[in-house]
Ligand binder design. Sequence first.
Ligand code: SIN
Length: 398
Amino acid sequence: MRGCSSVVIFCCAFSACCVVSEASTMDPEDMEVESGNPSNVLNHNHDVIKERFKYFKRRKPPPDLSQVIDFDHATAEASLGSVVPYQLNFSEDKDVLQECGLTNPTEWKAFTLSTHPGLIFICNPFTASGQRHWAGRCLRDLPCHPNRTNLDAQGLLQPGENWWKLCMDGAGGSLMKKLRWVTLGFHHDWHSKLYNMCDRSPFPADLARLAALLARCVGFADYAAEAAIVNMYHADSTLAPHTDHSEWDMTAPLLSLSFGQSAIFLLGGEDRADAPAAMFVRSGDVIIMANQCRKSYHSVPRILSAGDARWHDSKRKRCGGCDTLRVASPKQARHAGADAEPRCSPGAILCECDVTEASGDVTAEEGDPVAAYLGRSRININVRQVFQRGQVLHGETH
Ligand code: SIN
């Protein structure tokens, strides 16, 4: 690799955190959390983001989600509490948008928070097939050489083996849930918590194109994706509060793309004592942490079941009210509450009471293992630019 002949290793501290899954529903830590709304939780140790993390992670009793920010219910025209509409810049060619699996940007809704400037939340700019496409890339193509996975480190994947293929061949029933992360580009060393200049594989060109397009929309014209962690979350997974402060260029934003199951995302400040905002993140949503927010603590305390399967073209769903199936228009589906149980409310979504579960074309999951994975798990692609444009290291120009 260029730049490595001198055997000088450029390292920088990398604080990315590993997704944790728990078998039990009651973590002993949870028992320490005082009950009640997060805003009422007493702060003994001033680690406010950890307190909120524990509150939202708690199983018994479950947390109150009524104050969690739901950008899907905000309007692009007016501020609502701390939620402020954000104007994106669009100059993208239709073919490029299509290639990236994105809808027409005139339909996109984006917001920031007056309490957390620098956050930009884009409500699902992806088409249903765009979501399945990126999820497919994360499942089928990326978890293999030259990228790194937790399975390599655990000796569960031999060189040359493809995790998805093993799972599809039936050899890996339990292997499916064991994939927790994949690193791309500059690989994160989870032990040293360092970036190593000599431990790098090519960054996927299509993902770099998508990241650059999204960064352009929020005013970062020269964004270059150089590292990414793809995190896989299952129903009991969490990601503890952390900051990503190790990239050499801290002026370039963090880009976070989510597919599949929903989550609660906590965004704090640079200090653990700063009160975090809690927000719902659903399939297709994009979170950009830029400027003042770039070094903020953040975490994922809870995965929520996605009642609104945004990655389905047909939007067929079983109705919680009458136990029949129904179809939503793409627009209804986009704006429906993702975590609400489907209800058979007249006018909102049409019930197809003559369609039975056995009819065969009920969900995309049945014929599409990628959609089936999204129906159980959450994929987060977290993209970073590591170096400043023009920065020269060991003769390499970035
Ligand atoms: C991360 O911060 O690395 C992941 C965040 C997420 O899963 O939304």
